[in-house]
Write a protein that binds this ligand. Structure first.
Ligand code: GDP
Length: 462
């Protein structure tokens, strides 16, 4: 954990405003460091009883009160960061908080107090073993949660639900590794080791358990990162109207003039707690000007990356050869841009309620809301998010990838074990690599640059 300049600066005491910018009833300034007693004496004029809220003046250098508030001292190691922590709960005005922050820096000059970098409190908590990496990430995910389900699952990860599953897997791998490594030291016993120790059966069990964790981590990553759904269709079929209906707010400008939605507009809505980023494409027709051409190019990129493509048609024009030709051209382009089969939705069914639809097609009216619920369900189904199990913990793509690499190494290990002259050293090496990939999740084996990236995305004061 050494070598990076940021981590080397972890010896400095730090301070930051911990509450969000703006005005509020209460604002918190928080400091952390090895020994904050000079800072506490400067601001409060006395030492504080540990973990007791002291109400009183917050003093400037002349001993004049800047504000009246609560001061709390959490002596190391029983604090969020594992260091000495001072929390000042003052009034939540931006100016008064800045004054208190400046006063802290002044009173803490002797101990080298400096401003905290984003995520520095939490990274200290991680480095002092107060949280593992998956929990530290859950702190940020809880703060950033865009739906209730995402917040609840981040709460579960923060409480350690994800980490304990990862740790349980790691322990089983360690157990198997110990057996194998011990056998490697006694080569004469190698031959029947795999049989005697039941190594193959153990490995199979580990892989089953891993598959279950991966499944839930994937769902957790969906909750955090959301689905990307592209709305495609000819001009005027009602893409903007549908986006508005799904979002429940006026977002894109709805207009009857063809080709006026020039760029993609993305809005995040939620369907049963899953964030869904809906991207409204520019009209996918032959571009006539440069601005439109750029918009269309972006639409194609969005389609290639999307979890689902929703292909909107106008049912009131289903007999119109011009509309049919438009749809054929779009279908061709969609097939070229995206591997998945688009979800066909027929809009404006209020205008032609009797018109028959192709089998399996969804009838919709962005205007009346008919078919919206069925569409929401169909979208979740497409993206594999329809049956979100209970107790999902929040996870990140990083975690899902680490689990996939763990699985890959276990697969290699299995293939070595399955060979007639099983190569124990290769088996052992793959187990080691699997263990290492798994350890990246909780931060047991994590490169400094990755840590910097993870904590750099936090807000200051967290
Ligand atoms: P876009 O070009 O695909 O984004 O289409 P718009 O959302 O701008 O809609 C084009 C026109 O169709 C507008 O005048 C909408 O009011 C109208 N429209 C959209 N959806 C419906 C619908 O479900 N029923 C009816 N009757 N009109 C609709």
């Amino acid at each position: 954990m050494s070598g990076s300049p940021d981590l080397a600066r972890l010896n400095d005491p730090v301070v930051a405003i911990a509450t969000a910018p703006g005005r509020g009833a209460i604002g918190i300034v928080r400091a952390s460091g090895r020994d904050l007693s000079p800072l506490i004496a400067g601001l409060c004029g006395r030492a504080l009883q540990p973990r007791v809220a002291h109400y009183g003046p917050i003093l400037d250098a002349q001993g004049v009160a800047l504000d009246q508030g609560l001061a709390l001292h959490f002596p190391a190691p029983n604090s969020y960061t594992g260091e000495d922590v001072l929390e000042i709960q003052a009034h939540g005005g931006p100016v008064v908080l800045q004054l208190i922050l400046a006063r802290c820096l002044e009173a803490g000059r002797g101990i080298g107090l400096r401003l905290a970098t984003p995520g520095e409190f939490t990274s200290r908590a991680f480095l002092n073993d107060k949280l593992d990496l998956a929990q530290a990430e859950a702190v940020a995910d809880l703060i950033d949660a865009s739906t209730e389900a995402a917040a609840r699952s981040a709460g579960r990860s923060l409480a350690g639900a994800f980490s304990s599953e990862v740790d349980a897997l790691a322990q089983r791998i360690v157990h198997l590794r110990m057996l194998v490594e011990a056998t490697l030291d006694f080569p004469e016993e190698e031959i029947d080791f795999l049989e005697r120790a039941g190594a193959r059966a153990q490995l199979a069990e580990i892989r089953t358990q891993l598959a279950a964790v991966m499944d839930r981590a994937r769902q957790g990553a969906l909750l955090r990162e959301g689905l990307r759904v592209v709305l495609a269709g000819a001009p005027n079929v009602g893409k903007s109207s549908l986006l508005n209906a799904l979002a429940g707010a006026e977002l894109a400008i709805v207009t009857p003039i063809a080709g006026t939605t020039r760029d993609r507009v993305s809005e995040t809505i939620q369907i049963h707690g899953v964030p869904v980023h809906v991207i409204d494409t520019a009209g996918l027709r032959a571009a006539t000007d440069e601005v439109e051409r750029i918009g269309i190019e972006r639409s194609w990129q969005a389609i290639a990356d999307a979890d689902a493509v929703l292909f909107l048609h106008d049912v009131s024009r289903s007999d119109d050869p011009a509309a049919q030709a438009d749809d054929v051209a779009i279908a061709d382009e969609l097939a070229r841009a995206h591997a998945g089969e688009p979800l066909h939705v027929w809009n404006k069914c209020d205008l032609a309620p009797e018109r028959p639809l192709p089998p399996g097609a969804l009838a919709l009216s962005a205007q009346t809301g008919q078919g919206l619920d069925a569409l929401r369900e169909a979208l979740l189904e497409r993206a594999g998010a329809a049956h979100m199990p209970e107790g999902v913990f929040i996870a990140r793509t990083r975690h899902v990838e680490a689990l996939a690499r763990t699985n890959e190494h276990l697969e290699f290990a299995q293939s070595h074990a399955d060979q007639r002259d099983a190569a124990l050293d290769l088996f052992a090496e793959e187990l080691r690599l699997a263990h290492q990939a798994l350890g990246e999740i909780t931060g047991q084996f994590t490169a400094d640059d990755l840590l910097g990236e993870i904590f750099g995305r936090f807000c200051i004061g967290k």
